[in-house]
Design a binder for this molecule. Structure first.
Ligand SMILES: C[S@@+](CC[C@H](N)C(=O)[O-])C[C@H]1O[C@@H](n2cnc3c(N)ncnc32)[C@H](O)[C@@H]1O
Length: 245
């Protein structure tokens, strides 16, 4: 595992301690949300596993951008023909958890601790499937488009690109979408008020959903000839799209 982010000489500063503690709390809350299926990981990653089993019968190389702890990806990939797994994430702690979760796979696993925008700008290992779950929406529209171009360039000719990302309903604004998340509080009963408030403020700061038409258009701009919408979350906050040539 390449970890270029967290090693420091000497004692960590108080500020670094606080940032780490905050990150660990957020990670614990996210793992609780996934465990309780509040974001529909079961349905989304179930769909991913079925698609890979059906469409990728021959050995394939899988790149998981912003893989986090990779628990859901590991379950989706188990039993498929995956013969190489690459995961990228900024969080060294998440990658430690990922290296445990991915032990269920029999193929080589390579985890890179870095910014996915930088990693994809000069990605050189050929891959057949690229997956991004709930992470591309932190970029602005032109950043999303640039990242999709880099993904297009990284893929083999028959490769596929799949994203699961926050998506606006027709005519909806970002503020409407954020308000729609806020009224989901009752469904998120498993998280505390503080955890829910932290999620909301993170989203208001860093989440930039796109309309479905834009998600598809930036895929075409990136060079993909085809796109399809595969799934909408039951709360209609996000969707899965597939791109291919
Ligand atoms: C919401 S989690 C998604 C995890 C997983 N893909 C899923 O579907 O549940 C977002 C992940 O993206 C990572 N992340 C966010 N921005 C990143 C960046 N610029 N480069 C690499 N990782 C990033 C975070 O560390 C976190 O693990």
């Amino acid at each position: 595992m390449t970890t270029d982010q967290t090693s420091t000489a000497g004692a960590p500063s108080l500020q670094a301690d606080c940032a780490q503690a905050l990150f660990n709390r957020q990670l614990a809350a996210y793992r609780k949300i996934v465990g309780e299926n509040l974001m529909f990981h079961r349905e989304v990653y179930g769909l991913l596993g079925e698609l890979l089993s059906r469409e990728m019968p021959r050995p394939f190389k899988f790149l998981d951008i912003a893989c986090g702890d990779a628990v859901a990806s590991a379950a989706a990939l188990k039993g498929t023909s995956v013969d190489r797994y690459y995961g990228i994430d900024l969080s060294a702690r998440s990658l430690q958890l990922a290296s445990e979760a991915l032990k269920v796979l029999t193929c080589p696993v390579e985890l890179r601790c870095c910014d996915f925008v930088e990693a994809m700008a000069d990605w050189s290992a050929p891959v057949d499937v690229v997956w991004i779950g709930m992470s591309l929406h932190h970029l602005q529209t032109d950043g999303k488009a640039r990242l999709m171009r880099d993904v297009h360039d990284a893929l083999s000719r028959s490769g596929i690109f799949l994203i699961w990302e926050p998506t606006l309903l027709e005519g909806e604004t970002r503020d409407d979408w954020l308000d729609r998340f806020s009224v989901c509080r009752a469904a998120f009963a498993a998280v505390t008020d503080d955890e829910f408030a932290a999620m909301e403020s993170h989203m208001r700061l860093a989440d930039f959903p796109e309309p479905a038409d834009t998600w598809r258009a930036i895929g075409y701009q990136a060079g993909f000839a085809n796109s399809d919408e595969l799934f909408m979350m039951p709360n209609r906050l996000g969707r899965v799209f597939k791109y291919w040539n």
